[in-house]
Design a protein around this ligand. Structure first.
Ligand SMILES: Cc1cc2nc3c(=O)[nH]c(=O)nc-3n(C[C@H](O)[C@H](O)[C@H](O)COP(=O)(O)OP(=O)(O)OC[C@H]3O[C@@H](n4cnc5c(N)ncnc54)[C@H](O)[C@@H]3O)c2cc1C
Ligand code: FES
Length: 272
């Protein structure tokens, strides 16, 4: 059931309780929490997840559907440790959704390349599923996903269905999994396999660690992509997520409000 606008405005500031519907263990450190949800969400947005007496953490909405959102969470500290002790049926607190997210119209009838590394795959998972389900709405869909080793691969169960709908390249930095699927190296190595014939209007989404974003964007611009057609996801320390505390501020930009998705033409001017 949809919430009223007044209820949603309250939701933006006040955490509300939601139940964990399902937990899927992707790796020992990264689990997907499917959580009930009754507020509007867009691809690329994030929520603040909290547990009373423990704390709060911003987490990207990795996918969503009718009455649920998926949160792919990496266990790194206080809040995420506590989340990993929960089971389906337990309650977590959410506020949001925050941030600008992706404007899907931007990609219609264009060639789209998605490059993501490690847990950077989580924020684009829903977007990738969406374009695989509607592949006729983009000119060409190419996807490069990179992981450190076979133990860190995320979304193993989805890879086959994505492969049927897009040109999917998978890389591992070390170790080896199925050779038909994976190649050894970095995501940037696979850029040489991408068709850049329409690079002047091609769109690219790049999500991952800063060093991976930098080297990928450098190579994309060398191949002729325009800075305004390259989209990056900026993960900053956040506190309020509503433009009040300044924790996420870089110059005049509030990453929680103006981002976390930026074109590279905007992002390259944001110097810490
Ligand atoms: C917009 C946004 C989206 C995010 N999406 C996801 C997601 O989908 N899945 C996910 O697992 N994590 C995501 N994160 C990172 C997540 O918010 C942090 O890992 C989390 O706050 C850690 O909380 P904690 O209490 O468990 O760890 P803490 O005890 O606070 O910290 C553990 C360690 O992580 C470091 N750390 C904490 N926050 C960050 C941060 N923002 N960036 C880099 N290092 C940090 C600390 O310095 C410390 O070393 C996102 C962050 C942002 C800003
Ligand atoms: S997190 Fe408080 S202003 Fe952005």
């Amino acid at each position: 059931m949809k919430k009223s606008i007044r209820a949603h405005q309250k939701q933006i500031l006040m955490p509300a309780p939601y139940s964990i519907l399902q937990i899927e263990k992707h790796t020992s450190l990264e689990w997907n929490f499917r959580v009930s949800c009754d507020f509007p969400v867009q691809y690329g947005q994030f929520v603040e997840v909290s547990l009373p007496m423990i704390g709060e953490a911003p987490i990207s909405v990795s996918d969503f559907g009718d009455g649920w959102i998926d949160l792919l969470i990496r266990r790194v500290g206080k809040v995420t440790d506590a989340l990993f002790k929960l089971t389906p049926g337990d309650i977590i607190w959410l506020r949001g959704a925050y941030g600008n997210g992706y404007d899907l119209n931007q990609f219609l009838n264009r060639s789209l390349l998605i490059v993501a590394g490690g847990t950077g795959v989580a924020p684009i998972k829903g977007l990738l599923r969406h374009w695989c389900e509607h592949s006729e709405r983009v000119k060409r869909l190419s996807v490069i996903l990179g992981y450190k080793n076979p133990e860190s691969i995320l979304y193993k169960n989805e890879l086959e269905s994505w492969r049927e709908k897009c040109r999917l390249y998978l890389t591992l930095e070390e170790g080896m999994a199925d050779k038909d699927y994976y190649s050894l190296g970095r995501v940037t190595d696979r850029l040489d396999d991408i068709d850049f014939t329409d690079s002047d209007e091609m769109q690219a989404i790049v999500v991952g660690p800063p060093v991976m974003i930098r080297s990928t964007v450098d190579k994309l611009t060398m191949h002729g992509l325009k800075d305004e057609n390259i989209w990056v996801d900026y993960e900053r320390r956040m506190a309020c997520s509503v433009g009040k505390c300044g924790h996420c501020r870089i110059g005049d930009v509030y990453v929680c409000l103006d981002g976390p998705v930026f074109t590279y033409s905007d992002a390259r001017c944001m110097i810490d």
